[in-house]
Design a protein around this ligand. Structure first.
Ligand code: 6YU
Length: 499
């Protein structure tokens, strides 16, 4: 059958769309996408706060340069600001940490100076970079990224800052706690104690200074969707079970797979590309596949990490930060013991919010901040009524600025953990994981036999070096489409060569 084979893609995020585009452009005639929600884009989701556009999900193109397919497509669709397109911008190697201009505020209501904070910033950056250098085979001297950073920071801080006053040492260590919490957001993990040290270096950064979409990330999705044949996506169509290793007859043909939808419809297929998030797979693997996942694959699903990172957008009439400020760090003076989690989630969850990034340019956004909060504290925050979140954030800002009159105009937060089709934010390499686990996640079922490639796996979690990103997800969609294309082009005992 070749180009007539039935290919069903589960999920209309960037990986599912990427796979569908590559397959249809190659000439496959029976490709369809089943999407649980009423929209395309998945974790790429642009929203509104008043007249401002805000990103509820993915925020930046990480490493916008020639090797990044998301950058190349966005440039082609004219979705980027001219500054993002310059060669200087593409050449900047920032190693995943953009050189943003910081402001620091303390829990006693003071602004902290660069002279005081600088040494802590440098020390943290230095240790963090070394954390990525432990190779897979070389052995891990510490049990996690968290333990490594804390041990090294304590040691080096004691040596380097011994001449400084105790209060100076203490506030610098408190800033390190804030930076640990920020790193929890970057990695989408509850604490750096669950982030594997050996696997930390797997994530690769591309050159280019991270950029945003002036008219929203979803513009990329809209443009890609226009290139797909009309009507190939069925919305509000959650798949409840993928039955593989079957022989299903329909219209005089046999199919190895049948998809069962929540509404009871049964759809036969030759190949299924599953792009559901790892968080969803962790929760539903027992019912989503029948027969179930082979054990080595299941264990990798369980070992790999999938955590929560949420945003809290806050709009003000007037800025309380410097004109050139790009990121605001909140430093709790009682946190010199290098902590990245709170002792009592319900009472102290707001302490996990490390600070805010400033939405720029001001002419476009006005005075809007994006707060970042990861982990169980973030998952608890999702359960609170919006006015409770507003109240906590208002109180927090009044305390750190020492200004009891500041009142946000509007507050809006994301709730990725309670999104039933995502169950969190993105993938991280947990302690005990290695590259092999990602390969296991990506392995198709079955690999060999008379009916190979019945179920294929795409999505950000299946990319060996760009997991947790949009470009990683897109590349996995293309990869799985490519796998089917080669399958039908390669000479084989069972298939006549190409159509
Ligand atoms: C990036 C960024 N970014 C912030 C936040 C989030 C994410 N990412 P999808 O989920 O999109 O699609 C699956 C579809 O399947 C979906 O539509 C479902 O509805 C559907 N589905 C589920 N179940 C179904 C069923 N049963 N039946 C039918 N359909 C079903 N990435 O590049 N830049 O700034 C951010 C950020 C808050 C939540 C991000 C960012 C991650 C991306 O959004 C994400 O990877 C892709 O969109 C996923 O696409 P997909 O197709 O795989 O799934 C040093 C170091 C360390 C390591 N990491 C550092 C990297 C930093 C990561 N950065 C992230 C940061 C932010 C802020």
């Amino acid at each position: 059958h070749g180009m007539d084979s039935q290919i069903v893609i589960v999920g209309c995020g960037i990986s599912g769309i990427g796979a569908a585009l590559k397959l249809t452009k190659h000439g496959f005639r029976n490709v369809r996408i089943l999407e649980a929600t009423g929209r395309s884009g998945g974790r790429i989701k642009t929203g509104k706060m008043g007249n401002n556009i805000i990103e509820i999900g993915a925020n930046w193109i990480h490493g916008p340069s020639e090797a990044n397919p998301v950058f190349c497509l966005s440039r082609q669709y004219s979705l980027l600001d001219p500054e993002s397109l310059t060669p200087e911008n593409q050449d900047l190697a920032i190693g995943g940490h953009p050189p943003w201009v910081p402001n620091w505020f303390s829990s006693s209501g003071h602004k902290l100076t660069p002279e005081l904070m600088g040494p802590a910033v440098e020390l943290f950056a230095e240790v963090l970079e070394e954390g990525g250098e432990f190779s897979e085979q070389g052995g891990e001297p510490y049990s996690s990224v968290g333990e490594f950073i804390r041990t090294e920071v304590r040691q080096r801080a004691a040596e380097r800052w011994q001449g400084d006053s105790l209060s100076c040492q203490s506030v610098r260590l408190s800033l390190i706690s804030t930076l640990l919490k920020a790193e929890c957001c970057v990695n989408g993990t509850h604490t750096l104690d669950t982030l594997g040290l050996g696997a930390f270096g797997l994530y690769k950064t591309l050159p280019g200074l991270d950029c945003t979409f002036p008219r929203g990330y979803e513009g990329l999705i809209d443009n890609l969707m226009k290139e797909l044949p009309a009507g190939i996506v069925s919305y509000h169509r959650p798949v409840s079970c993928v039955h593989w290793q079957r022989v299903v007859r329909k219209g005089g043909r046999e199919y190895p797979v049948v998809l069962e939808c929540e509404d009871g419809e049964r759809i036969p297929a030759d190949h299924v590309i599953l792009t559901v998030p790892l968080g969803y797979l962790k929760k539903h693997h027992g019912t989503l596949l029948s027969p179930p996942l082979p054990l080595h694959k299941l264990h990798s699903v369980q070992r790999m990490g999938f955590g929560t990172n949420n945003k809290i957008f806050v709009e003000f009439d007037q800025p309380w930060w410097d004109d050139d400020c790009e990121v605001i760090y909140l430093v709790w003076e009682d946190e010199s013991d290098l902590v990245d989690q709170v002792s009592d989630v319900e009472r102290l969850w707001i302490k996990k919010l490390f600070g805010f990034t400033v939405l720029k340019p001001t002419e476009r956004y006005g005075h809007v901040l994006c707060g970042w909060i990861a982990g169980h504290e973030s998952e608890f925050m999702e359960t609170l009524p919006e006015q409770d979140v507003t109240h906590s954030v208002t109180h927090l800002i009044r305390r750190f600025t020492g200004n009891p009159t500041i009142t946000p105009r509007r507050v809006l937060r994301s709730q990725w953990f309670h999104d039933p089709w995502t169950c969190g934010s993105y993938t991280y390499t947990a302690t005990g994981t290695s590259l092999q686990d990602i390969h296991n996640l990506a392995e198709p079922l079955p690999q060999q036999g008379e009916q190979p490639l019945q179920v294929l796996f795409a999505g950000e979690a299946t990319h060996p070096s760009f997991f947790s990103t949009v470009h990683g997800a897109l590349l996995t969609g293309w990869r799985e489409a490519g796998r089917l294309i080669s399958h039908y082009s390669a000479p084989s005992t069972f298939q006549p060569t190409r159509s």
